[in-house]
Design a protein around this ligand. Sequence first.
Ligand SMILES: Cc1cc2nc3c(=O)[nH]c(=O)nc-3n(C[C@H](O)[C@H](O)[C@H](O)COP(=O)(O)OP(=O)(O)OC[C@H]3O[C@@H](n4cnc5c(N)ncnc54)[C@H](O)[C@@H]3O)c2cc1C
Length: 148
Amino acid sequence: MTSAAPQDAGSLAVRVSAIGDQADRVRSFRLEPADGSALPPWEPGTHIDVHLPTGLVRQYSLCGDPAERDAYVIAVLRTPDSRGGSRYLHDTLGVGDTLTIGAPRDNFPFQARARRPLLGSLSAAVSPHVRGGGHAAESRTHAYPRPE
Ligand SMILES: Cc1cc2nc3c(=O)[nH]c(=O)nc-3n(C[C@H](O)[C@H](O)[C@H](O)COP(=O)(O)OP(=O)(O)OC[C@H]3O[C@@H](n4cnc5c(N)ncnc54)[C@H](O)[C@@H]3O)c2cc1C
């Protein structure tokens, strides 16, 4: 069993309550607040920082229903040549383990009138997202910067 890294202001301790295989090399993780409190609200397109006990910090987009306030769900692709982030989540993290996460953040705020998806300059991975939450469903493309 692993334990959460020390918490900063704005960070949250969560417990892994379920892990599921969603597709080839893609695994979902359900994260519930360790103290049972309600989680901060989020909108589709939001991501969280996941602080691993190894010291690595990786970002993952929130999936699922934003109305559900008792858990966040992330889906993680296991990168074949991972330096440790997705490899740790797939190979080491288990149900019952605790992690520290950051509060939800959105680097790509929704623009209802945008005609085209926004693309960043550099990407390590490109992932499609579908916006719901009261808006007409709209696909977006995220360009993720390469992690340090
Ligand atoms: C806002 C945001 C949201 C994200 N959401 C998701 C998500 O929902 N699901 C998900 O699976 N991932 C997501 N990611 C990506 C995720 O944060 C990690 O980058 C991913 O899991 C890989 O981490 P890793 O440590 O396993 O691999 P890393 O070791 O970081 O390697 C990733 C890839 O980059 C290559 N690489 C690493 N360093 C270098 C370098 N210096 N030069 C050239 N190539 C290099 C590696 O060879 C490998 O192919 C998101 C990233 C961001 C920024």
